[in-house]
Every structure is written in C-alpha cells, then in structure tokens.
Design a binder for this molecule. Structure first.
Ligand code: AMP
Ligand code: TRP
Length: 327
C-alpha cells in the first residue's frame, strides 16, 4: 500500500478551501493507502501566539478532522509535537537546505509581509515540513495547490541528501486535486480563500451557521455580464462557484457551466451543496466536543504509531550521515 502523509496547522477555523483542497481527499485516501495526518503545531509557532492558544486549537482541529470523516481505525491522526523526531529531523534537513532555496518560497514571502516580527522559524518552516514528510517514507502528499512549491523543495532536498549520504529517503510526490485545489475568496475571487483573511464574508468556515453560509454565497461577487462560463481569467467569481459546485458533484466545471444560464440558480445550488456537506460535519462536531478525553486518547494512539515509524527513519538518517552512535 502506498504511504500518504499530510499536515495542517492548528490556526484559525477550517474553511471550505481546506476541505476541498485537502481534507476531503484525506478522507478518501485513508481507504486506499496507509495514511498519516499530522496537526502541525510546531509550524504554528512560527508566528507569535498567546500562551495556551495552540493547545486549544490543536484539540479543536483534531475534533474537526474526525467530524470530517477521518477514521482512526483507518488512518493515523497525531500531533506533531507529540513525536519529537519531527524537530530532530527538521534540524538535519535545515542543514542540507540552502538559504537561496528558502528565500524563493512564496508562502514565506506572503507571510513575512504580514508580520512585524519575522521569526527564523518562519523562514526555515519548509525544512520542518520536509522532515514531516520524509520521516514516514511517504509516497504521496495530498495538499492544495499552494503547497506544490514546498513539496518540490522536499523532493530536491531528499535527493540531495540521498546523493550525499546514500539512499535514505523515499522521494515523495504531491497529490493535488484536479478541481478544488485553489478555492478563491467569495468577495475577492482573485485571492485564495484563507483562514486569515479578515472580515469573513469571503471565507466559508465550517463553524459558520448554515444560514450564514447560504448568505455568503448569495452575496458572492460575480461580474457585470450575466453569462455562465468557466473562464478563470475573465470571470474569476463565476468560475470559483463552478469549481466549488463541480468538486462536490464530481463533474468538470465546464459540464456544470452548461447547466446554467443565470447566476442566481448557480449561487443557490452551490450554497445548497456546501450546506449539505457541512451540516453533518457540524452535527458530529457537537458530539465530539462533548467528550474531549476520547479525542485525546485517539491522539495518544496516533502518536505512538507515528513515533515508531519516525524513530526508525531518524536512526537511518543519523547512521547514514555517520553521527557517532550512543552506547
Ligand atoms: P493551511 O490552512 O494553510 O494550513 O492549509 C491546509 C491545507 O489546505 C493545505 O493542503 C492547503 O494547500 C489547503 N488549502 C488552504 N487554502 C486552500 C484554498 N483556498 N483552496 C484549496 N486548498 C487550500
Ligand atoms: N505547510 C502546510 C500548510 O501551510 C502544512 C504542512 C506542514 C504540511 N507539514 C506538512 C502539509 C507536511 C503536507 C505535509 O498548509
């Protein structure tokens, strides 16, 4: 069975972009692959946080992921900081990654522009992400389009390491959905939907009440002509609605476009499809929240399973580098 690993940060509420770009594919992959999903709390440290904030968010995200359909019988769900090998291999990977490579990362450029205090960790973040992936002999990394560059870097660094120190790491591949890999903001459809975008009118959160979700779609920005056509450059708002509805109905955006002549019905059907996706997730979420200790227990089992794979791979890396083994 192929090995799958992906990660998500415990910051902000999960939104429709996370679902379509990543999490729904994780739910599918768990049936066909040996899958590990990691809540990357160490990555969340790269931008300043209040004491206690990350822990709360981590538990909440674990509950959301379970509510979305991750099944601990079928996959390994765990917290990055519970498996210290991530930071250990992260350091080793930093030392085979160049400053030039890190400087080219667009996520760093975007995020550092929003920060007054730019931590060194924000800069070296992709090396820790590479370690997350390489620690599990990962074949496939299901992510949204914005992560493609980080996976490319992971491949480059793993190949460099293997050349320098001998075959150590499996070279992973990004797995990016054909539709839904880049869900755009409903108000500014040239920007990607994101959890940090303020205001919230353009972002559909899993925690939004269902009436609010319908309203966000009815107010979604389209354009002044009224032709329903999939054309991302000329009609970004309409194309975004078509992509969302298509991802949820297993059609191509062109097929979906052929069924509509007006924006109103397209908005209404897209809203309905999203509401029906989110309704059962919210119901399961309420059950999980009532018993946090059950989720904590699942995360402990996940960390145990992940740790046993990770420790063997770190040992392999250290041996191949030739660090002096401890007696
Ligand atoms: P993040 O919210 O940045 O931690 O991202 C978690 C996962 O969701 C990653 O695989 C991202 O590629 C994916 N993702 C985030 N925003 C979007 C979006 N607007 N459209 C599609 N995928 C997204
Ligand atoms: N950088 C990813 C994001 O911002 C999160 C992430 C961290 C990740 N480690 C990972 C994704 C490993 C895939 C695999 O969304």
């Amino acid at each position: 069975m192929p090995r799958v690993l992906s990660g998500i940060q415990p910051t902000g509420d999960l939104h429709l972009g996370n679902l379509l770009g990543a999490v729904l594919n994780w739910v599918q992959d768990q049936q066909q692959a040996d899958s590990l999903y990691c809540i990357v709390d160490m990555h969340a440290l790269t931008v300043p946080k209040q004491p206690g904030e990350i822990g709360e968010r981590t538990l909440e995200l674990a509950q959301v992921l379970l509510a979305c359909g991750l099944d601990p019988e079928q996959c390994t769900l765990f917290v990055q900081s519970h498996v210290p090998e991530h930071t250990e291999l992260g350091w080793i990977i930093q030392c085979v990654t160049s400053m030039g490579e890190l400087r080219r990362m667009t996520q760093f450029k975007d995020k550092s522009e929003q920060q007054e205090f730019i931590s060194a960790g924000l800069f070296t973040y992709p090396a820790l992400q590479a370690a997350d992936i390489l620690l599990y002999d990962t074949d496939k990394v299901p992510v949204g389009e914005d992560q493609r560059q980080h996976i490319e870097l992971t491949r480059d660094v793993a190949e460099r390491f293997n050349k320098r120190f001998g075959e150590t790491f499996v070279i992973p591949q990004a797995s990016i959905p054909r539709i839904g890999a880049r869900v755009m903001d409903l108000q500014i459809p040239t920007n990607k939907m994101s959890k940090s975008s303020d205001g919230g009118a353009g972002t559909v959160y899993l925690s939004d009440d269902l009436a609010a979700i319908a309203k966000k779609f009815s107010r979604a920005v389209t354009d002044s002509d009224s032709e329903v056509r999939f054309d991302v450059a000329e009609k970004p708002g309409v194309s975004n609605l078509l992509s969302i509805l298509s991802a949820l109905t297993q059609r191509t955006p062109e097929e979906t476009a052929a069924e509509y002549t007006q924006y109103g019905p397209l908005k209404k059907d897209t809203a309905e499809a999203v509401v029906e996706l989110i309704r059962p997730i919210q119901a399961r979420m309420a059950e999980l929240k009532a018993d946090p200790s059950a989720t904590l227990a699942l995360l402990a089992v996940g960390a145990e399973k992940a740790g046993s794979i990770a420790s063997a791979v770190v040992e392999r890396a250290k041996n191949n580098i030739g660090l002096l083994p401890r007696r």
